[in-house]
Design a protein around this ligand. Structure first.
Ligand SMILES: Nc1ncnc2c1ncn2[C@@H]1O[C@H](COP(=O)(O)OP(=O)(O)OP(=O)(O)O)[C@@H](O)[C@H]1O
Length: 642
């Protein structure tokens, strides 16, 4: 199938950032229409920003064509940066953009920011990590902690290169993407503004669908144009139908005429080795203003997670007791609400096969009270007990004195005498600011940061049930059903992160937290590189960590992308089955060679008595060639996790 070329327009109006994708050839009218639709302001001036930061007004189709020509000339770039200003204010300077903020903070030219802001924030870096001057490295080794643990590793930091090795996606091809069985997820639509859902074009069915972090993320393409159609999942995603709609008046959206039957597309699909519940809902009935205020509005994952009935009902995330009779309690981003339950003869509450949510679903306003918003960044807070310590700092429980909620706070010591240069701390703060826009039931929510001269405190959602690693220590290896459920939920979290261009980089049992309902949340994602940088400058200047979960391309310093998380996920599955990751009986240095050496067959580490489906998934995860590893989305269709 021919895929038309497409152009991404990164639009910035004041603090609001949107990505708009348009197929070529792009017409100015089309662009203007999109801008009006997305920013809900008519007659905006459109200024194009060139690579040197100069702005030029786009008035005519010719201007646009010229501009697109210059984009074509730079083969690596298909993005056009636009600044929008109010047309009533043609003389005043354009509104501030995140780039301006970085400029004024002197950060933009700092190495971590030598790429566009969002690309950096999206954590897919092509830039090599800065190399430590050798003298400093020497000092680093002198200052390495003496408590050597054979299972941890101190490497000169500069050995790691972070590259987005994932090849680019073909450009978007709207309107027809549903029809191609293999490319259904190979298109990325534009990110809608809060309260706006451009569903006709960008249905939730498109799993490439991704709103940006705080509305303006750099979209780094996924890798599924790689030949892993064999892993393609036919119809697992939730389809959403509906028209563009404001979420700002919740009550008015519940008219009896809404279309929102939820049904499975032909019931369960065991032929693919899995069940696929295909739901059709009117998203306007699922989301409210609360969702749109969270800074990110990921319709697909939210719809999917809201309707991931098998998982939730099995695991008890939905507090059934909280639902009135005849209703299903549903945990939404930020909290629960209820949907009337209606069973059909082929449905079960475990979600096997068909389940229906009739159009009379009526969440009430009371369900959307403060309780559903989840934790927020505390203004005044008190430190509680130590929850644990890691390579980068200690994690404490803390009480938010404003709301009474408990949150977790990771304290990273900053060496006051040797402040990190080059804005490493600011970079981390910026990263957390962006990451705190992410919301998904399978990831720990970052809330924000606070800094004193001695400490950087990173606030997070508190997950009470301890990590998988800790549970393995306490109880021993998990039964296969728990491994299955945890794996599925980890994949859901990874899918969400990867769709938002975040590589976790440190997937392992210690970074998978379990809540009191036995559901997992991925922790410690996205910020590892900045933390590493801070520790590099202020602490023992080395890469400190444990290599057992590392992917070969990471160890080999080749540069890596999202698929390194898939390898680590495989190691974590082994960890859950046996309590230890592969080769844990070897010292850290030895295991590095094993990981790096193509002679070492990781598949041999799969326990002999492993479930057939589990073996299939692990073999896929342990493909040495990262490109051969399926994506998180593809793995979600494997029989083991269904
Ligand atoms: N949001 C959280 N809620 C509850 N407990 C947490 C939270 N974040 C971390 N913890 C606890 O604190 C411990 C230390 O976490 P931290 O992220 O500092 O280190 P780690 O992940 O164990 O190790 P490393 O830093 O080497 O990856 C974790 O093992 C976990 O038990």
């Amino acid at each position: 199938m021919d895929v038309q070329p497409g152009i991404r327009f990164k639009c910035c109006l004041g603090q609001e950032n949107r990505n708009i994708f348009l197929d070529s050839p792009v017409s100015l009218d089309q662009l203007k229409q999109k801008i009006v639709a997305y920013f809900r302001k008519p007659n905006l001036n459109i200024l194009v920003v060139d690579t040197e930061g100069k702005r030029k007004r786009l008035r005519t189709q010719d201007d646009l064509d010229q501009c697109l020509k210059s984009v074509d000339a730079q083969s690596s770039s298909t993005a056009v940066r636009l600044v929008l200003t109010s047309s009533t204010d043609t003389t005043s300077p354009p509104p501030p953009s995140p780039f301006d903020e970085l400029d004024s903070a002197g950060l933009r030219d700092h190495p971590p920011f030598d790429r566009p802001y969002r690309q950096h924030m999206g954590t897919f870096q092509r830039a090599e990590l800065r190399k430590e001057p050798s003298a400093r490295r020497g000092a680093a080794h002198r200052r390495m902690p003496s408590d050597h643990n054979p299972h941890t590793l101190d490497l000169p930091f500069a050995q790691l290169t972070v590259n987005d090795v994932d090849p680019p996606l073909p450009p978007p091809h709207h309107h027809q993407h549903h029809h191609h069985p293999h490319r259904a997820d190979a298109h990325r639509p534009s990110s809608p503004p809060p309260g706006f859902l451009d569903l006709p074009q960008h249905s939730v069915h498109d799993r490439r669908w991704s709103s940006d972090v705080n509305g303006g993320g750099e979209f780094i393409p996924e890798t599924d144009d790689q030949p892993d159609h064999r892993y393609e999942q036919p119809s697992r995603t939730v389809r959403s139908t509906g028209s563009a709609h404001s979420f700002h008046s919740f009550r008015s959206t519940h008219s009896a005429s809404s279309t929102q039957s939820v049904y499975s597309g032909g019931g369960s699909q065991r032929s693919q080795g899995s069940h696929h519940a295909v739901a059709r809902v009117s998203v306007k009935d699922v989301f409210t203003r609360d969702d749109t205020e969270s800074g990110v509005f990921d319709h697909e994952s939210q719809v999917r997670s809201a309707l991931d009935v098998p998982d939730r009902l099995r695991s008890g995330t939905y507090p059934r007791s909280s639902a009135p009779p005849g209703h299903v309690a549903v945990t939404r981003i930020g909290g629960p609400y209820t949907l009337p339950r209606e069973r059909t003869s082929s449905s079960t509450m475990a979600g096997e096969g068909m389940h229906r949510v009739p159009h009379t679903a009526v969440p009430t306003q009371s369900h959307f009270s403060a309780a559903v918003r989840g934790p927020t960044m505390p203004v005044r807070w008190r430190k509680g007990k130590l929850l644990g310590s890691g390579a980068f700092g200690k994690v404490y429980l803390a009480l938010d004195d404003g709301t009474g909620a408990e949150v977790a706070v990771k304290e990273v010591e900053l060496d006051a005498g040797e402040q990190p240069s080059g804005g490493a701390v600011e970079a981390l703060e910026g990263e957390i600011r962006v990451l705190s826009g992410l919301r998904h039931p399978r990831i720990v929510t970052y809330l924000g940061t606070k800094r004193t001269p001695e400490t950087l405190s990173i606030f997070m959602e508190y997950v009470p049930g301890r990590s998988i690693a800790r549970r393995l220590r306490d109880y021993g290896a998990f039964y296969i059903d728990v491994v299955r459920k945890n794996t599925r939920q980890m994949l859901q979290g990874l899918e969400y992160l990867h769709n938002h261009n975040i590589i976790h980089r440190d997937v392992k049992g210690a970074n998978v937290l379990v809540d009191s309902g036995g559901n997992i949340k991925l922790a410690d994602f996205g910020a590892a590189r900045q933390l590493q940088e801070i520790r590099t400058v202020t602490g023992f200047k080395s890469m400190h960590g444990t290599p057992y979960w590392m992917a070969p391309e990471v160890v080999q310093g080749k540069g890596y992308g999202r698929r390194c998380d898939i390898w680590s996920l495989g190691c974590t599955v082994i960890e859950m089955l046996t309590t230890k990751p592969p080769f844990y009986n070897c010292e850290a240095m030895a295991v590095l060679f094993k990981i790096g050496s193509s002679n070492e067959d990781y598949k041999a580490c799969i326990p002999d008595d492993a479930d057939e489906g589990c073996r299939e998934l692990l073999e896929a995860c342990f493909q040495r060639d990262a490109q051969q590893r399926p994506s998180a989305s593809a793995l979600l269709s494997f029989s083991f996790v269904n």
